[in-house]
Design a protein around this ligand. Structure first.
Ligand code: AMP
Ligand code: FE
Ligand code: FE
Ligand code: ZN
Length: 293
């Protein structure tokens, strides 16, 4: 039997962040906010971490089904320079040794990179404190949004968007992350019983995007779906992703990529069809969705 079946009109949001990475709600607050937003299914997908899973499950409000997932920092190495991309992974076994070791490696590398970014800023006279930024991340996967918050607190920029502009973290003080080769990530997610979905594949305002040919290759390597409906995609881009998915036999998802107050998008701003959710559940073999009884 399929665990946690949903009705045809279910509201399903498969991409949200908590304080286990760069969101501003704790995992417990996140699941409560999802229920308050009228969602039936929420996926918690923190960057490179499953630390939010247990507290989210413990706080699950009645009526909400939780899909445990993560958003994995990946790179496509065949391009010059290599292109960074994000892979959503759903319902994988969090204890599968190879995948969990890779996630731990990426999290550790993010700390080194964050400290280097702060050193670059300090060398230019910007008085930020790395220990303070790390403390504010409170054990969650640290990222540029945490540095952006420090820039705001210091009065140097007014908004996160400004902090991600070219004068700051978007270019001048941007350093690459140590991420996972995307083909290896797809393989590891599948080996851990998870279902890999390419997050916001056409989000060009975040940086370079990959050609469709790579998505064709990834589909052959085990990719299951494409995130089509996302705030960083124009209507034309959403259609393009939908057509590509149909051609390759992949499902499409829609999701908010909620980050609390680090972004303006609301939970449930974009949603996923129950059929796509059903495919994720059917293909998964790591963990199951959970609902409070
Ligand atoms: P990092 O993982 O450290 O490279 O930081 C990337 C994260 O920053 C993404 O996951 C988003 O949450 C956030 N982000 C990226 N671009 C922007 C932007 N223009 N405005 C606000 N947040 C952004
Ligand atoms: Fe993020
Ligand atoms: Fe992302
Ligand atoms: Zn995300």
């Amino acid at each position: 039997m399929t665990p946690c079946p949903v009705t045809a009109d279910a509201r399903i949001d498969l991409h949200a962040h908590s304080t286990a990475s760069d969101g501003t709600l704790t995992p417990a607050e996140l699941v409560r906010a999802a229920a308050d937003a009228g969602l039936d299914v929420l996926a918690i997908t923190d960057h490179d971490s499953t630390a939010g899973w247990a507290p989210a499950v413990a706080a699950l409000p009645p009526g909400l089904t939780l899909v445990r997932g993560a958003e994995i920092s990946c790179r496509w190495y065949d391009a010059q320079p290599p292109v960074a991309l994000h892979l959503l992974a759903y319902l994988f076994d969090p204890e599968e040794p190879e995948l969990s070791a890779e996630l731990a490696r990426v999290r550790a590398a993010r700390e080194v990179r964050g400290e280097r970014i702060v050193e670059l800023l300090r060398a230019d006279g910007v008085d930020l404190s790395w220990p303070e930024i790390l403390a504010a991340a409170a054990g969650g996967t640290v990222g540029r949004p945490h540095i952006a918050q420090a820039l705001i607190r210091a009065g140097l920029v007014a908004t996160t968007t400004e902090a991600f502009g070219p004068d700051w973290l978007g270019q001048r003080y941007r350093l690459p992350k140590a991420d996972i080769d995307v083909f290896r990530a797809v393989r590891l997610v599948r080996a851990a019983g998870g279902v890999p979905v390419f997050a916001h594949p056409r989000a060009s305002r975040r940086g370079p995007i990959v050609p469709d040919e790579l998505i064709v290759e990834l589909a052959a390597a085990g990719l299951a779906g494409l995130e089509a409906d996302h705030e960083d995609h124009s209507p034309a881009e959403r259609e393009h992703v939908r057509a590509l998915a149909a051609r390759l036999g992949l499902f499409v998802t829609g999701s908010s990529d909620f980050h609390g107050t680090h972004k303006t998008v609301r939970l449930g701003a974009f949603t996923t069809a129950p059929e796509a959710y059903a495919r994720i559940v059917a293909e998964a073999g790591g963990v199951t969705p959970v609902a409070s009884t």
